[in-house]
Design a protein around this ligand. Structure first.
Ligand code: ZN
Length: 297
């Protein structure tokens, strides 16, 4: 059994109504609302997941992602929710307790599926995402555009448009192509992480009408990608988990994050195990680690 974790930034479970751009979309994975049991394809199950971490204020990315990737309550650790990129204290937690390290210590292979450009890696950026810190501190090789061209990595936007706009010589990919590449890459590793953060970016868009339009254009594309992953995966052996760090796009009345829970969706052999155990962001790492351990899941 292997696990693929697809982390999608800034998607919460909102209430229905005109304030929610996901209402009326009829998305098989993302039109999920409070008080309703979603009918998920591929036998999927949902765990309603608290993103607030027991700390006052709106949940934020650096602490939420650190909690997802370590099981450590990152907001309690530093006494607040931290937006953007992890602080030194959070980097230390990611280095010591990441899901990669825990699974590697059980002799299973791990990988981060996202593609990085050589120029980004060479620039030694000062601000690194929680996912990058976790991968680097566990000694993982970051995948590059050469890997992407060979179908051995996926760009964060999964169509490569972001790269093409910046002049990189890669082909445009359909969501279906990238989804299939991701599923095949994940089949060759015990644990694979893929990160998608455009959702949170478009939720923060200043122009509310534009934000709503971008969300309603983007979510069906993202759903095509997820469907392709699930179609290409062998769901008798591969578990696919989808989660988020906090709400954002499900409430168009605000540019900020929300206090809403997030949906942790699980498909494949460990779907029941995972959906029955995950209640908070801090449950995701220990639950996946246990699902991958012999004798469980
Ligand atoms: Zn976030």
């Amino acid at each position: 059994m292997s696990v693929l974790l697809i982390f999608i930034d800034g998607v919460g479970i909102g209430t229905r109504g005109p304030h929610n751009p996901l209402d009326g979309l009829g998305s098989e994975f993302f039109s999920v609302f409070q008080g309703e049991k979603p009918r998920l394809p591929f036998g999927g199950r949902m765990a309603i997941t608290d993103a607030r971490l027991g700390v006052e204020g709106l949940p934020q990315s650096a602490t939420g992602q650190t909690a997802i990737l370590t099981g450590v309550n990152a907001s309690k650790l530093i006494g607040r929710h931290l937006h953007g990129y992890p602080s030194p204290r959070l980097k230390q937690a990611l280095a010591e307790h990441s899901i990669y390290k825990k699974i590697l210590s059980r002799n299973r292979s791990v990988t981060f599926a996202n593609a990085y450009t050589r120029s980004y890696l060479d620039s030694r950026p000062r601000f690194l995402s929680a996912t990058t810190v976790a991968a680097q501190s566990a000694g993982l090789r970051l995948r590059t555009l050469e890997d992407l061209v060979e179908g051995q990595a996926v760009s964060h936007d999964f169509t490569n448009e972001f790269l093409i706009e910046r002049g990189f010589e890669v082909e445009r990919r359909e969501p279906e192509q990238s989804g299939a590449y991701l599923a095949r890459l994940a089949a060759r590793h015990g644990f694979t992480l893929y990160e998608h953060f455009i959702t949170d970016r478009i939720g923060h868009e200043r122009d509310r009408d534009l934000s709503r339009r971008l969300i309603r254009e983007h979510i069906p594309r993202l759903a095509r990608f997820v469907r392709a992953v699930l179609e290409a995966a062998d769901l008798s052996r591969q578990t696919v988990v989808i989660t988020s760090d906090h709400g954002n796009i499900e409430d168009a009345t605000t540019r900020s994050h929300t206090l809403n829970p997030v949906a942790t969706l699980a498909f494949g052999p460990a779907s029941e195990f995972i959906s029955s155990r995950v209640q908070s962001l801090t449950d995701i790492t220990p639950t996946i680690v246990d699902a991958l351990s012999p004798g469980s899941g």
